[in-house]
Design a protein. Structure first.
Length: 126
């Protein structure tokens, strides 16, 4: 399973990357060659920014159907408190969620994230 960081999901929904790169990733996700997952925290952020930028919420809902939505729980919080600096709680919880769910890698466009958490997970950048 590949964990999609919130930054990547927002890049896709808000088209913040070049069109070809975005289309290629959307195609990979829709073809279900791999299992892609996000946390429930990402859902909150996606809908917040989608409404803010007046994106089509039905289109987003349809696209999210291709993803596994993982829960966050107390175990994730404990991992963060015991292992991370919690300067960025959202990123910390995303990483903890990906570890607990045994994701093979985290797909992100956040360069700071790849440096900060490289000892915990494998990354692929978007």
């Amino acid at each position: 399973m590949i964990f999609l960081d919130t930054s990547v999901v927002l890049d896709l929904i808000l088209l913040r990357k070049d069109k070809k790169t975005t289309e290629n990733l959307l195609q990979k996700i829709s073809q279900k060659e791999d299992i892609y997952a996000i946390s429930i925290l990402t859902i909150h952020l996606v809908y917040y920014f989608a409404k803010k930028f007046r994106e089509d919420l039905n289109k987003i809902k349809d696209w999210l159907e291709y993803l596994v939505i993982l829960d966050l729980n107390y175990e994730d919080y404990v991992f963060v408190i015991n292992n991370l600096d919690y300067n960025d709680m959202e990123d910390d919880l995303q990483i903890a969620c990906s570890i607990r769910n045994k994701c093979q890698k985290v797909f992100t466009s956040d360069k700071k994230m790849t440096k900060k958490y490289k000892e915990f997970v494998d990354f692929e950048t978007f």
